[in-house]
Design a protein around this ligand. Sequence first.
Ligand SMILES: *Cc1c(COP(=O)(O)O)cnc(C)c1O
Length: 305
Amino acid sequence: MIWNEYKAEIQEINLSTITTQNIKLCILREDLNHPEISGNKFRKLKYNLIEAKELGFKKILTFGGAFSNHIAATAAAGKLHGFETVGIIRGEELENKIDENSTLRFAKKCGMKFHFISREEYRQKDQPDFLEKLQKQFPDTYIIPEGGTNNLAIKGCKEILYDNCFNFDYIATAIGTGGTIAGVIESSQPHQTILGFPSLKGDFIVNDIRNLTEKENFTIFNQFHFGGYGKVNEELITFVNDFKRINQIQLDPIYTGKMVFGIMELIKNNYFEENSTILMIHTGGLQGIEGMNKLLKKKNKTLIE
Ligand SMILES: *Cc1c(COP(=O)(O)O)cnc(C)c1O
């Protein structure tokens, strides 16, 4: 019912505050594809949940950290599609803080059951013997990896682009595990270059992407992660707030904020040839803002507006 085809609206971004070489910058509003399973997580879950249903599973199990968009999306999708959901959550200390954490609170309301594990144990999340142990502990569950990335997720992400997207020279997206960009690369056209902005530190991601797609029309920018996953600073928060004031579009500080910041820097530095057209994918993630603001407030920092 909710897995209908969705073609996100393309909106033009105001570039009047910077000098450009006649660049046209647009954003694809994937964040509006569903109110609760928003953004790329909707795309990544679609074929996984269809598969789980076809195979007769009643329960979905997956992994995530304290503010995980994937945990929130899985909990909501499970509720809508009649699956029980189990979240394996990184950090035992969170067990007593479910109601203080907006992501976990939301997931709990959707019916998700939690299983909290230490950071050390969490590191084994992709290892076969650990998964086997989980499968025994939670029998008859369909297991989706952290961030939701697997072949069925990539199949879903291929559906992000549609005819109006193929006129652009460049398509930009934020990167976590690389599943989303792999799907976008797969469905892109040969004349297009896909630009990826990892929100994590480290060069491993290029190899990860190469393992997920054979096409090579992509470029990764490793200088806009702001210190690593979940790390933000005053400059980034101010950027996200200014962007919203100018364009009436909310970005998240973990993924899309860093990607759009990166694109603006590249435009200012004349990375793009004259008259280039760029489409940025708004992959959603707005549910995480409440949790981030709580952290920022504790540290007496500027909040996301
Ligand atoms: C999860 C997420 C990403 C990263 O997607 P991957 O497929 O893991 O690379 C990007 N943007 C947002 C908003 C996300 O929630």
